[in-house]
Structure formats: structure tokens, C-alpha cells
Design a protein around this ligand. Structure first.
Ligand code: HEM
Length: 442
């Protein structure tokens, strides 16, 4: 496919394309793609195969901006992960939505949740979760050391926040790791055999996948989250309460208030659960991995830790000792620290877009031909490739928050750092992420 079109490409392994090591679970997709990215240093794009599917990896940041921002109309959706009819929990969520108008309207109705006003209002609740976390650590201390498995405790912290935010469920996994909500979230997030099988078969033989009736998530997980959402909606309908949280926004969007408490349309329930589930998933995954990496970098870099600590102590003095939203937002070094964490440790390795009509990439460099991205074809962008590219960041392996300081940030090429993606389809969790993480650090 790519040879016929004059595009440089990576030789595939028959059936499995470029990801056979990932299918055997010996290597991550991000690392395989990073190798592909590095093998073609002077190319704007390179072809590879996801099983039988030819995909174009876009390397050039100007072309990335064109596709994700200027030509968003043509590339407004992500590609389909599995055939849509197989699993509503996956195919009906905001990430998978292909209908541009529906996505646009939904995204607009969720936007107010991430405004400064709303984030400030939810700050007290977040502080409670963080206090629980800190108290847990303090109680574990023998006066000198605290020995805990940080990834595991961070998962419990993430469960508490996300279960509450997106399903209205109280969890307290920090103090009670056997909590059922936390256990179910662990099951849902685990990259299980079922996930891998569904993903690979969805590409190789969608017909067989449909025939087997496999799904992205187990029936146990699906039923559990549908039931919690049903309960949360029921409570809101009973109390006639409408707040500015995610569940209320989704209920307003689907006009769930018009239904009787015990008679909410099952399609609406599926839609609301699917959106809440993907938000929960996105936040849980990113919070857990980034927080663990924050502890890691702080430990490896005592000088940076000290500088951050001093900024925090100074700011607390200025703000009368309390950790407020405004106090957090005034900390410049903390901001640079997060930017650098996200540059070096990108939790979301791949951005994808699907062409809604034929799209021409015109030749610009010697040796290039005009190429057509056909309607329905997929392009991928590897943030890690760009954010670790020495052409954009000198000594890219070094953790250095000062790259993002006011004095230095003009050296960063526009579009070279995009941890939250690019264009209208970029991550809506951007702002919330900052507040969440900052509090946890305290
Ligand atoms: C460290 C934190 C996070 C990072 C680095 C991150 C990164 C990303 C990236 C790269 C994308 C794809 C953007 C694109 O295609 O251009 C994305 C999409 C998305 N993220 Fe995040 N994310 C984070 C946290 C969150 C949080 C806390 C939420 C929950 C609100 C969230 C919800 C979503 C959703 C719903 C999408 C899909 C948007 C759409 O297709 O309309 N993310 N995220």
C-alpha cells in the first residue's frame, strides 16, 4: 500500500503488521512507534501497519497543526477501536463519537464543568481527598521513613476522586483497598487478555469478533457501572437536584430529567454511563501514572525537589498558610515542573484522527510526491517522538523544568509540546488535571 504511494514505510510482519511485539506483550505500542519515528529523521511522515490497516505516522509539526487545527473539519474524529455495535460502553462515549454535530454539542455542554469557577468550587472536595491521602502516609510513618508502594496508593487515591466525580460514588479506597468500586475500577483498567484480543481481532477479523460477541469490558464491569449510574441518576431525580457536576451536565444533555425515577430510557442510561466511564478512565489512568512519575522524578532530583519545596513554603506564607486555588495558580516553578513531567512522561502515547473525506498532502520536500489520505483512513501522531526529539528539545532525556521558565520558553517551537493533544479535539481535562495534581503534591 505505502510502496505504491511512494511513502517510506516499515516492513510489516504478515497479519500482525508493525505491532507483533505488542500483541505478544513484549513491548509497548508507544516504544515501537518511537523506534519508527526515530528511523526516519528527515521525513514529514512514514507509513506502517496496524495488523492489515495502513496508517500514516505524521512527524512534521506544521503538518500536524494543519490536520488537527486548520483541517479539523476533515479530521474531526478518532478512529474506531472496535466495531461500534460490539460494546456500547466503548463505542458510545465522547472519545469514540463519530457524529460531528453530536460530539460538538456534547463537548460544548461539558465545557462549563472545566471552567475556573467550577474548579474553584470543587476545590474543597479535592482537598478532602488529598488530606485523606496525606493522613494515610503520615500514619504509615515510623517517625523517619514511610514505606509504601506509590503506584498502588496512587491508584487508590485516583479511585476515590474519579468514582466520586464521574459516578457520584463514595469509595474511600485510601483507607479501604477492598472497596468494591475500587476493585471494579482496577478490573476495568487492567489491560486484560480480553482487551488485547478485542483490539487485535477488531483489526484482523471484525466478522469473527462480532460472531464471538466479545466486548471491550467484561459483563461484570459493565453491569457494575451501569448499576451505579442508575442509582446516581435516581437519587438526583428523587431530590430534584441539579448541580454543576458531570452527571448533572450529562442528564441535562440527554433530557433525563423528563423521565420518571424508575423509568429512565435504557438508551439514555447507556449513553450517560459510556461518557462518564471514559472520563473516569481518562482521569484514573493519567492521574495514576503521572503522579507515580512525579514521586519518581522528585526522588531522582533532590535539587529540583528543594526548589519546589521552597516555592511552596513561600507561597503559603503569602497566602496566609492556606492552600487555595489562587495560591496554586501563582506558583511559576510548579507550573514549569508539570510541563516538564508531561513532556518527558507522556501518559497518552498516541493521538489519532480519521479522514472523513479524501485529503491531499502536497509534496514539499525533494523526493516527496503528493499523497492522498483516503476517506476512512487513519493518521497517528506520536507525542513522545516529538517531545523527545533533540531537534526540538536539547538533551531530551534530562529532566529540566527550567526549559519552560519565562526566560527559556520562547526557545520551544510552537506545536512541539502538546501533552493534551491539538485542536478542537484536544483533551478537555487539561485544567482539571493541573488543579488535581497540584493539590496532591501538597
Ligand atoms: C495528565 C493528564 C492528561 C493528559 C496528558 C491527557 C492527554 C490527552 C490527549 C493527548 C488526548 C487526545 C487529544 C487529541 O486527540 O488531540 C486526550 C483526550 C481526552 N482526554 Fe485527556 N489527558 C489527561 C487528563 C484527562 C482528564 C483528567 C480527563 C477527564 C476529564 C480527560 C479526558 C479526556 C477526554 C474525554 C478526551 C477525548 C476528547 C474528545 O475526543 O473530544 N483527560 N487526553
Amino acid at each position: 500500500y505505502w510502496k505504491d504511494r511512494g511513502v517510506d514505510y516499515v516492513n510489516p510482519l504478515y497479519y500482525f503488521g508493525s505491532f507483533y511485539e505488542n500483541i505478544l506483550r513484549c513491548n509497548s505500542r508507544g516504544d515501537i512507534l518511537h523506534d519508527i519515528y526515530n528511523k526516519f529523521p528527515n521525513k514529514r511522515y512514514v507509513g506502517f501497519y496496524n495488523c492489515f490497516q495502513p496508517i500514516l505516522l505524521i512527524r512534521d509539526i506544521e503538518l500536524i497543526k494543519r490536520i488537527t487545527v486548520k483541517d479539523h473539519e476533515t479530521f474531526h474524529s478518532h478512529s474506531e477501536f472496535i466495531p461500534p455495535e460490539l460494546d456500547s460502553l466503548w463505542s458510545r462515549n465522547i472519545v469514540a463519537l463519530q457524529d460531528r454535530k453530536l460530539w460538538n454539542n456534547l463537548r460544548s455542554s461539558l465545557t462549563p464543568i472545566f471552567t475556573t469557577y467550577n474548579l474553584k468550587s470543587s476545590f474543597t472536595i479535592l482537598q478532602q481527598f488529598s488530606n485523606n491521602f496525606v493522613n494515610y502516609l503520615v500514619n504509615k510513618s515510623d517517625g523517619k521513613n514511610i514505606i509504601v508502594e506509590m503506584k498502588e496508593i496512587t491508584q487508590r487515591f485516583s479511585s476515590d476522586i474519579t468514582a466520586y466525580y464521574y459516578f457520584g460514588a463514595k469509595c474511600d479506597a485510601i483507607n479501604n483497598p477492598d472497596n468494591q468500586v475500587h476493585r471494579m475500577m482496577g478490573k476495568a483498567m487492567m489491560l486484560s487478555f480480553l482487551n488485547t484480543y478485542t483490539n487485535v481481532m477488531g483489526k484482523l477479523c471484525p466478522k469473527i469478533l462480532k460472531w464471538t460477541g466479545a466486548r471491550a469490558y467484561s459483563q461484570e464491569v459493565r453491569n457494575f457501572f451501569f448499576d451505579i449510574m442508575k442509582q446516581s441518576i435516581k437519587i438526583r431525580l428523587e431530590n430534584k437536584s441539579s448541580t454543576s457536576d458531570v452527571i448533572s451536565a450529562l442528564m441535562r444533555f440527554y433530557k433525563a430529567e423528563e423521565y420518571h425515577i424508575n423509568d429512565v430510557d435504557s438508551n439514555i442510561l447507556e449513553d450517560i454511563t459510556a461518557h462518564a466511564f471514559v472520563l473516569l478512565f481518562s482521569e484514573y489512568e493519567s492521574v495514576t501514572s503521572i503522579l507515580s512519575l512525579i514521586w519518581y522524578e522528585l526522588t531522582l532530583n533532590p535539587d529540583i525537589q528543594r526548589k519546589l519545596y521552597e516555592e511552596i513554603v513561600d507561597t503559603l506564607e503569602k497566602f496566609g498558610g492556606s492552600v487555595s486555588y489562587d495560591a496554586i495558580m501563582s506558583m511559576g516553578y510548579l507550573d514549569n515542573f508539570f510541563d516538564e513531567i508531561l513532556r518527558l512522561h507522556q501518559p497518552n502515547s498516541i493521538i489519532d484522527r480519521r479522514a472523513m473525506r479524501d485529503y491531499i498532502i502536497e509534496a514539499e520536500n525533494p523526493g516527496e510526491k503528493d499523497i492522498i489520505i483516503e476517506k476512512g483512513a487513519t493518521i497517528w501522531i506520536l507525542q513522545k517522538g516529538i517531545q523527545m526529539d533533540p531537534d526540538y528539545f536539547s538533551n531530551p532525556e534530562t529532566f529540566d523544568p527550567d526549559r519552560f521558565s519565562n526566560e527559556n520558553k520562547h526557545n520551544i517551537k510552537n506545536g512541539a509540546n502538546m501533552p493534551f493533544g491539538s485542536g478542537p479535539r484536544s483533551c478537555p481535562g487539561n485544567r482539571e488535571f493541573y488543579t488535581n495534581y497540584c493539590i496532591s503534591i501538597f
